[in-house]
Design a protein around this ligand. Structure first.
Ligand SMILES: [Zn+2]
Length: 174
């Protein structure tokens, strides 16, 4: 239960894939989930935004995502199924490079299949903003950053210049 340092762009660990979680690891990963919560809330206080965070963003190379919008949810070993053919473009942001916005293309809808902290199989249908958020977090588990998915050479903007973009999201990816 500690605020951890976020890995920042340039740290080679952000480009590495994370390892699957085994059931016997769940107990020790409880403290990782608590750290993710604390780290995200600390970020939220500083930046006014933050809805989800993946374990590798604090250097824990495990396939685990923590999301807190109206309640906490931990996604263990998630997979994204039924990705829609329909895509949409969005200016994306990331806690690992909070000053930078990157335009990416995301699936409009999908379903996330995962285990919870009781090792029960769960699934959730996702659309739009939430679908985009979890595609972003899922990519972190494979060492993929939004900058690697930029839609083109003009797909980068500093947050301070966001009046020149159609950036309209009210919260960070995290
Ligand atoms: Zn991110």
């Amino acid at each position: 239960m500690t605020v951890q340092d976020l890995l920042l762009l340039g740290n080679p660990q952000l480009y590495q894939s994370s390892k699957a979680v085994y059931e016997y690891e769940l107990k020790s990963l409880m403290s990782t989930a608590a750290d993710l919560h604390d780290t995200m809330m600390d970020f939220r206080q500083k930046w006014g935004a933050g809805r989800a965070i993946s374990a590798p963003q604090i250097g824990v190379m495990k396939r685990l995502i923590y999301m807190h919008i109206d309640r906490p949810i931990v996604f263990v070993n998630p997979s994204l199924e039924d990705r829609s053919d329909e895509m949409f473009e969005v200016w994306d942001d990331c806690m690992c490079f909070p000053e930078l916005l990157v335009k990416v293309s995301r699936h409009r809808s999908c379903r996330i299949v995962y285990r919870n902290m009781d090792w029960q199989q769960q699934s959730m249908s996702l659309e739009g903003d939430l679908c985009e958020l979890l595609q972003h977090e899922f990519d972190h588990l494979d060492g993929i950053l939004s900058i690697s998915k930029a839609t083109g050479s003009t797909a980068f903007a500093l947050r301070s210049q966001k009046e020149f973009t159609n950036y309209s999201r009210s919260t960070f990816d995290l």
